[in-house]
Write a protein that binds this ligand. Structure first.
Ligand SMILES: *Cc1c(COP(=O)(O)O)cnc(C)c1O
Length: 497
């Protein structure tokens, strides 16, 4: 299977090249020239398989230049029970008749990013060996909080890699900050950036395509790559869990094999929901894809109007991993919606950079609206939803998941559609304890993050993952703060080590 770029279809690369490179030279994103198709027979065969075996089979359809042995090694290293604290890897929790929470946070860093980032280092190091003869790879990451830690955990002390993570200063939860600032490993660097996530992500993308930086790297015998969801190697593992969850639902008799479901995803950079879109277009029986935003609702407005307009206030919320106004992966969807017109995509992306806005053609908007529904949930509703779910089901969900649950409820009220819906539950609630505790009671004045975590545990009775409690006593290794314009020199500095 070959991949081409959303901004230049004449660029053709193998899967290994796409993963090793991360982003195409002209700034476009790699997408498969054709999606593999899955039939019901295949899904039925998956019913009796475990998560790792399903993953291996799905990856094989996309990563055709990896051998079966390589893929087996990769998935077994990634999805062993020593890395995930649940034997099913991504279990489903039913919430009433229609909602099915797909818990994607049983990995080492307690957010869904682990689902892909436990696997990516194994794929990436092999991909670099295949395509570049094993150069040292410098992985640059922009994070709204969860990707950073998951990537650090995945890449720490992986031979022949360095990893640099940039996160918005003051724009992540305290647990997220501590997870990154205390990261171990000789090849890791973490820097806070004065600015928001969009500033950080834009600066990282610029470094990837900056000629001087690439030359400096080449002189050292190194290459850049990305662990953000612009890297195709992040998206394929995310396709796996939607297919796998569908097979679990069918296997448990919750749905008939072949019955259509909806999928609702709390969305920021549009990676997670895009994976669901690809799963659907590979033949997974899915009807609507419901895109849930917090008050940074650039995406739900886009779905409603066909106009993408980031010229608005950037708001910090209790669901910080969705505080994003420039959703990178939307570019891949636009490419599909606009009949794979690479020039049109390049123009729209240019317009977004220059003016902050673009409009898709009517035909593309109609296609978009036939497959996607959007909605948003504000801070107050997020809190009410967490409380409502707890009172009704005795279940504590995180702020991001709550946004999705509320948007799904709004969708049901608006449309009367009672189709069973898989809702991506993207983080363990204790990552955002300070955002959740006030839903139940006012925090004691001056209470530390960990005091709030313990109080939330008393209220909910839900266990706190060991790795979050352990953060309390750990030493801070990284406390550098820089401006977006200083990120280049931070990269140079880190690569000197
Ligand atoms: C990253 C993240 C999201 C948003 O996912 P995208 O793929 O960026 O749309 C939602 N919730 C949590 C907890 C996250 O970490």
């Amino acid at each position: 299977m070959m991949y081409h770029s959303t901004r230049d279809k004449s660029v053709r690369v193998s899967a290994a090249q796409a993963i090793a490179q991360g982003i195409s030279k002209e700034g476009g994103l790699f997408v498969p020239v054709e999606l593999p198709l899955f039939d019901m027979m295949k899904l039925m065969r998956y019913e009796s398989m475990g998560y790792a075996s399903r993953a291996q089979d799905i990856l094989a359809a996309f990563l055709t230049d990896f051998s079966a042995d390589e893929l087996r090694e990769c998935v077994h290293s990634a999805y062993g029970t020593h890395r995930f604290d649940h034997e099913r890897i991504a279990p489903i929790f039913p919430l009433g008749d229609t909602m099915r929470l797909l818990e994607l946070w049983h990995g080492p860093t307690c957010a869904f990013k682990d689902m892909a980032l436990q696997l990516l280092p194994h794929l990436l190091t092999r991909a670099v060996k295949k395509t570049m003869g094993g150069k040292h790879t410098a992985i640059l990451v922009a994070t709204s909080g969860d990707t950073g830690k998951a990537a650090l955990d995945g890449f720490a002390d992986v031979p022949d890699t360095s990893i640099l993570v940039f996160y918005p200063h003051g724009g992540v939860s305290e647990v997220q900050r501590l997870q990154m600032a205390t990261q171990k490993g000789n090849n890791t660097t973490v820097v806070a950036v004065r600015g928001n996530f969009d500033d950080t992500q834009t600066a990282v993308k610029k470094i990837f395509t900056n000629h001087d930086m690439n030359k400096m790297l080449a002189d050292k015998g190194m290459v850049f790559s990305s662990a953000n969801s612009i890297n195709w190697g992040r998206l394929v593992p995310q396709i796996v869990y939607y297919i796998s969850a569908y097979c679990d639902m069918a296997g448990a008799g919750d749905i008939q094999m072949g019955e259509k479901i909806n999928i609702c995803v709390p969305t920021g950079n549009f990676g997670n929901i895009l994976a669901a879109y690809y799963a659907k277009h590979m033949g997974l029986p899915v009807n609507m894809l419901i895109c849930a935003s917090n008050v940074n609702k650039v995406l739900s407005d886009f779905i409603e109007t066909g106009v993408y307009d980031r010229r608005r206030e950037f708001v910090l919320t209790s669901s910080p991993s969705m505080d994003i106004l420039i959703s990178s992966n939307l570019e891949r969807l636009l490419f599909a919606l606009c009949g794979e017109d690479d020039k049109m995509v390049a123009d729209m992306m240019g317009s977004l950079t220059q003016t902050g806005v673009y409009t898709i053609p009517d035909a593309a908007r109609e296609k978009l609206q036939s497959e996607f529904a959007g909605g948003f949930c504000d801070e107050q509703k997020t809190g009410e939803t967490i409380r409502g779910i707890f009172e009704l089901h005795g279940y504590l969900c995180d702020t991001h998941t709550a946004v999705a649950v509320d948007v799904h409820r709004q969708y049901m009220e608006r449309t009367g559609d009672k189709t069973k819906t898989l809702i991506a539950s993207t983080a363990n609630p204790y990552k955002f304890a300070a955002g959740i505790l006030p839903v139940f009671e006012r925090a004691a004045p001056g209470a530390s993050e960990f005091a709030q975590i313990r109080r939330l545990r008393e209220i909910s009775g839900m266990e706190v993952p060991e790795q979050l409690l352990e953060l309390e006593g750990k030493d801070i290794r990284f406390d550098t703060v820089c401006g977006a314009d200083e990120m280049e020199s931070a990269v140079r500095q880190a690569l000197k080590k």
